[in-house]
Design a protein around this ligand. Structure first.
Ligand code: HEC
Length: 242
């Protein structure tokens, strides 16, 4: 079910709960994830931007592979009838204290933002169905994939601005010959474009425009993001050179 051994998972959950009760004892007014008062729209947006590149969460549409799938991680808790709030508490603890050297940076979100993210995950993880109401449109879903067409010697392929692991253009067309490759990336997540089977690639950039150049030969090529896990999650496209 989870990619983590059960014993490890249990200790992660126990740690999360310990963090929650520590907060309760401290009488902290910033409650650790209360789905009733939290801003779930803000939580969903931030989850996609800050967490989704490493975690799958079906309702948020995120596909990251570096960390555990959060629906799988909390499916046992749901079966055991944990409420949204209890799961939010575990997530809140994990955000603040992910543990040392396990690959998850601490405090990616803080204060009310951390509460909102934790509450969103607690509200949707391991639940069937899809987000409704304002939550459904909190994060613009990538529309049908577009086609990038080279103009004046420049081929521009954008990364999803909301932080999902995909390119806005899943197809691209360019003439054979010298090309400048660009990847506008408005998200805060590192990405690049590599054209497989050629030396052409951009540098890795977040919140900016990645650039590269080279000479294209006629044929069909795959382009992808070489940041670990991103290609597998869907950052891939087809380039046709004529
Ligand atoms: C750079 C990748 C990365 C990012 C970004 C990241 N995580 Fe993680 N996360 C991991 C890894 C790796 C683990 C597994 C190690 C562990 O359990 O601490 C993990 C574990 C977790 C767990 C525990 C799951 C379980 O099986 O018990 C939760 C909950 C979680 N992350 C939530 C979040 C939230 C919320 C965010 C955004 C604020 C986030 N993560 C951002 C990599 C990441």
């Amino acid at each position: 079910m989870s990619s983590l051994p059960q014993s490890l998972r249990r200790s992660t959950l126990a740690l999360g709960l310990a963090a929650v009760s520590a907060l309760a004892v401290a009488g902290c007014t910033n409650e650790a994830g209360n789905p009733q008062t939290a801003n779930l729209v803000n939580g969903k947006k931030l989850f996609v931007q800050k967490c989704g590149a490493c975690h799958q969460l079906r309702r948020a549409g995120t596909k990251g592979l570096a960390g555990p799938n959060l629906d799988a991680a909390f499916s046992v808790s749901r079966q055991e009838d944990w409420g949204d709030k209890a799961i939010s508490g575990v997530v809140y603890g994990q955000i603040g204290y992910p543990g040392i050297g396990n690959g998850m940076p601490a405090k990616l979100v803080t204060g009310d933002d951390a509460r909102d993210v934790a509450s969103y995950v607690g509200t949707v993880a391991a639940k069937p169905g899809k987000d409704v109401g304002i939550l459904a449109t909190a994060v613009p879903t990538a529309g049908p994939a577009k086609t990038a067409v080279a103009k004046n010697g420049v081929l521009s392929i954008s990364a999803d601005p909301n932080g999902q692991l995909l390119y806005v253009e899943a197809k691209a067309e360019a003439p054979a010959g010298p090309i400048k490759l660009e990847m506008p990336n408005k998200s805060g997540i590192d990405h690049n474009v590599v054209i497989e089977g050629t030396p052409i690639k951009t540098n890795i950039v977040k919140n900016g425009v990645a650039k590269g150049s080279g000479t294209l030969k006629a044929g069909t090529f795959t382009y992808f993001c070489s940041v670990p896990g991103h290609r597998q999650a869907g950052m891939v496209g087809k380039l046709t050179v004529k």
